[in-house]
Design a protein around this ligand. Structure first.
Ligand code: EPU
Length: 340
């Protein structure tokens, strides 16, 4: 049995909080519901979009197809040794609640990813990352249903093509694979504490903490995020709107000649990641407000909806930012947020 709603208001289901309706909507709470859904005429005759926590999507207009909410819940221990624990977590679980639960249990590996909005199922799609850690470092596998065949399939970590804010689920499998669960391997002891990201060390130093626990790292991350990033429950936003662009060392050197202060982080293959927030700030956008939408005053990478901004207005603002950055730095910013 599957229930399909019509003309569903999506505003409360996305963190941007913009007005948009879905022509059809279905919340999937079990795999049998999903199986029933993929044989349903509404599913077969419409385009579809899978929604998790709605924290990385911008609807620029009504959605004329079927929105499927991934609401699968549950956490199970799939394997355990003295050193490690393997958790199979259903895709509809809230990511931050999972982090808080694991930190409380003393299971390490995801404490740097505290307070990231969204669901567990969305985490591998864009390989969420923050403060020196990416989720690919703890993912053992991703399981779900191939929507072409209706058959289950598990993708092992090395098959997921994880990259910076990217994976196979965002590319060849986009809209064709319904993630049902993610299996994570976490440490029970000898945690790999990662405080390499400057701001974490600064916070810990202020608190005179020299060898932090995973709880203390998590607390520091929460403190940093709260000071820089707007709370979606208060001001609509989807975190970083753009990806940090990756450029060649030659391009970076050339830019350094014109802009000596330009920050850049060298990666293993010599390419340079430039903070998009810096580029946007240099173009004068930081803190700018146009009507009810704007650029966050503490972090220029985040676009915000103050109250009644529309998806089209946010998209228009993003397009203007892309043009300014292109004109000033000859760098093409790309959106991290999924535009619908
Ligand atoms: N910066 C500015 N002005 C700004 C913002 C940033 O000059 O308005 C420069 C500064 O040089 C700063 C540097 O950018 O030192 C890095 O800033 P920050 O530490 O805030 O990180 P980010 O590169 O802007 C990325 C992620 C965030 C993640 C942080 C911390 C992306 C697209 N964003 O931002 O992820 O929290 O690092 O690890 O990679 C998200 O994906 O939604 C998100 C918030």
């Amino acid at each position: 049995m599957v229930t399909i709603e019509e003309h569903k208001d999506l505003k409360p289901l996305t963190t941007f909080g913009v007005k948009a309706n879905a022509r059809y909507f279905c919340s999937v709470t079990s795999l049998s519901e999903l199986t029933a859904l993929i044989h349903h005429p509404v599913y077969l005759n419409n385009s579809r979009f899978i929604l998790g926590g709605g924290s990385n999507v911008l609807f620029t207009s009504d959605y004329h197809g079927l929105v499927i909410l991934n609401a699968l819940k549950g956490i199970a221990v799939s394997h355990e040794t003295d050193d490690h624990i393997e958790l199979e977590v259903m895709a509809g679980e809230n990511w931050n609640s999972l982090v808080m639960y694991c930190v409380q249990q003393g299971w390490g590996g995801i404490e740097n990813l505290s307070l990231i909005p969204g669901t567990v199922g969305a985490a591998p799609i864009q390989n969420i990352g923050a403060y020196g850690v990416e989720v690919k470092e703890v993912i053992k596998s991703v399981t779900g249903i191939d929507l072409q065949t209706g058959l289950p399939r598990t993708w092992l970590n090395h098959e997921c093509a994880f990259q910076y804010r990217d994976s196979i689920f965002k590319r060849t499998l986009k809209e064709n694979f319904f993630i049902s669960s993610v299996t994570l391997t976490l440490t029970k002891k000898s945690h790999r504490i990662n405080t390499s990201y400057g701001a974490i060390n600064d916070v810990l130093k202020q608190q005179h903490i020299t060898s932090p626990t995973i709880q203390q790292v998590s607390d520091a991350v929460v403190q940093i995020r709260r000071s820089k990033l707007p709370d979606p429950a208060v001001i609509g936003n989807a975190g970083s709107f753009f990806k940090n662009p990756i450029i060649t060392p030659e391009q970076y050197e050339q830019l350094q000649r014109s802009f000596p202060g330009i920050p850049g982080y060298h990666s293993v293959n010599q390419e340079v990641k430039v903070p998009a927030g810096w580029l946007i700030e240099q173009c004068g956008w930081k803190g700018k407000r146009i009507g009810d939408v704007g650029v966050h005053a503490q972090q220029a990478l985040v676009l915000v909806n103050y109250a009644n901004g529309s998806g089209a207005e946010i998209f228009s603002l993003a397009s203007q930012i892309i043009s300014s950055v292109k004109e000033k730095f000859n760098i093409e910013l790309t959106c991290e947020v999924n535009i619908k």
